[in-house]
Write a protein that binds this ligand. Structure first.
Ligand code: UD1
Ligand code: CA
Length: 523
């Protein structure tokens, strides 16, 4: 992708990260949907290096496993007990050299990029510029630098009279004049492989006094002073210090997380996405958004989520690994690993779980939950339902409070509802079960057998109404008093069957049967 292609990238990730105060290794903390190491590996891979090595030591197995899960072609290099960035780079180069020698018969040669594993905002474009300058100027080392208002703690760039880099001095080893330098080392470098190898070899020699610095460590930065013997050592300066900022504690983690999000949203807005409130909208770097998507306040889009044109998401909605097709509407809902069809409507207060697939123009509303469920085109689940392990046919209507009882305490079973079926409110469908196309299920039924297409299923215990029961059985209570007042207000005549005044508002008693199927409560 970039020109020139690096021979190798080395990612330093062996440090402990004590200031995170965490059981999780620093580089495995995440912002914007990726771990810190994940961001660095993605950037490194974008350079298309011939080899990519990650140096590990602290919490070695977790970091190595994570790196390999993200990028199976990564070479994991173990740092030994000797400390310092110079030791880490040496361990990586030894591993890279033996791998290269095994395949090509020669050690690594050409440009080697070194990065720190805790610098998540560094972009491939900046690295491309570093490599291009390194090659075009014929440098043996090119270091990326920046200027910061407070350089405390950083290595300072000491320049020669002709503008090259003479050496880098660590804060703790610097003289008062050197401490006044505000140009700092970002720990991002391009090295000629042979020059890096020669410099590091010199520094590893126990007879050398390489580790006689304030921290007693082998410093990678010391390679620069040694490299002058081989050629030009130059710097390129980035005007954007935040892209080279490392995470040391959780305050920086949040700061860089917010900055990354700001950049992701800015890119989205410039490509035609409306973000009503960037401050309350969080979008992972792995999300894709088409033109004319609208994100309302309080929206979080996570993981592999994609949203197609014209869709409106939010307010107060979280989508994780969701696919939203064109023109869909998702309002105040939580969605995980689901597909929402074209023009479909979700919410408010809907929970779509793994394996949900909503057909075009389908609708699912308040307090409905789905899991492993397919809704056909135009199907409706408007209120208060659980639909799990189910297929709902095109244009079927599921009334309020319908439950697919998919779990019998041992296994999960499927419910199949045919196209155009009507399931009345407060119905329980005990799976495995199939409701045929165009069938009706009367409200309040518990259905335990298949219903043929076009049939009516109705389950009723006989309704019993006992006139005068409240006044008699609850005599002396406020309930009895209320009953008495209501009866007196109606006059004397009380219908024997309904317990109502025979001439009351209900009119003649309804026949039992099909009328009762009109229990479906729909929007
Ligand atoms: C380093 C630089 C300093 C620079 C600063 C910020 C050196 C000697 N100093 O200092 O000039 O301004 O970064 O970019 O290089 N690591 C290992 N093994 C180790 C030690 C560190 O892999 O033994 C890794 C860490 O995990 C981290 C990176 O190297 O990813 C930088 O280490 P860190 O301890 O943060 O270096 P600084 O002291 O900040
Ligand atoms: Ca650091």
């Amino acid at each position: 992708m970039t020109d020139p292609r690096p021979a190798a990238v080395i990612v330093l990730a062996a440090g402990e990260g004590t200031r995170m105060r965490s059981a999780t290794p620093k580089v495995l903390h995440a912002i914007g949907g990726r771990t810190l190491l994940g961001h660095v590996l993605a950037t490194a891979r974008a350079l298309d290096p011939e080899a990519l090595a990650v140096v590990v030591r602290h919490d070695r197995d977790r970091v190595a496993e994570h790196a390999l899960a993200l990028d199976p072609d990564v070479l994991v290099a173990d740092q030994d007990a000797i400390k310092g960035t110079g030791r880490a780079a040496w361990c990586a180069l030894e591993a890279l050299d033996s791998a290269a020698t095994a395949t090509t018969g020669a050690p690594v040669s050409g440009p080697v990029v070194v990065l720190a594993g805790d610098v998540p905002l560094l972009d491939a474009g900046t690295l491309g510029e570093l490599l291009a300058a390194h090659t075009a100027d014929g440098n043996v080392v090119t270091v990326l630098t920046t200027r910061v208002p407070d350089p405390t703690g950083y290595g300072r760039i000491v320049r020669t009279d002709d503008g090259q880099v003479e050496r880098i001095v660590e804060h703790r080893d610097a003289s008062p004049e050197e401490l006044a330098i505000d140009e700092i080392n970002t720990s991002v470098y391009a090295f000629d492989a042979d020059v890096l190898r020669a410099g590091l070899r010199t520094l590893q020699d126990p007879a050398s006094d390489a580790a006689s610095n304030a921290q007693g460590e082998v410093y990678l930065t010391d390679v620069l002073a040694l490299a002058h013997a081989h050629g030009a050592v130059r710097a390129i300066e980035t005007p954007d210090p935040i892209i080279v900022e490392g995470v040391n504690d959780r305050v920086q983690l949040a700061t860089l997380g917010a900055e990354l999000n700001r950049r992701v949203l800015e890119t989205a807005m410039r490509s035609g996405v409306t973000v009503v409130d960037p401050a309350s909208t969080w979008v992972d770097v792995t999300v894709t958004l088409e033109q004319d998507v609208t994100l309302l306040p309080g929206t979080q889009l996570l993981g592999r989520t994609s949203v197609a044109t014209g869709a409106v998401i939010g307010p107060d909605t979280t989508l994780e690994d969701a696919t939203v097709e064109a023109g869909a509407r998702v309002l105040r809902s939580h969605v995980t690993d689901a597909r929402i069809g074209e023009g479909a409507s979700v919410g408010p207060y809907t929970h779509l779980r793994t394996g949900t697939v909503l057909g075009p123009r389908s609708a699912i509303g308040a307090f409905a939950e789905t899991k492993n469920a397919e809704l056909g085109a135009g199907a409706k689940v408007p209120h208060l339902s659980y639909v799990g392990d189910a297929v709902v046919g095109d244009a079927a209507n599921i009334g309020a409070g319908v439950i697919t009882a998919n779990y019998d305490g041992v296994g999960k079973h499927r419910t199949v509802i045919g196209a155009g079926a009507f399931v009345g409110s407060d119905t329980t469908l005990v799976a495995p079960i199939e409701i045929g196309g165009g069938a009706f299920v009367a409200a309040g039924s518990t259905v335990t057998r298949d219903v043929a297409p076009g049939a009516l299923a109705v389950e009723r215990a006989q309704l019993k109404i006992i006139p005068g029961w409240v006044a008699r059985r609850l005599e002396g209570t406020k309930w009895a008093a209320a009953a008495q007042r209501a009866i007196e207000a109606l006059g004397e005549s009380v219908d024997e069957e309904s317990g109502r005044d025979a001439a009351g508002p209900s009119g003649p008693a309804r026949p039992s049967g099909t009328d009762e199927a009109h229990g479906g409560h729909t929007a």
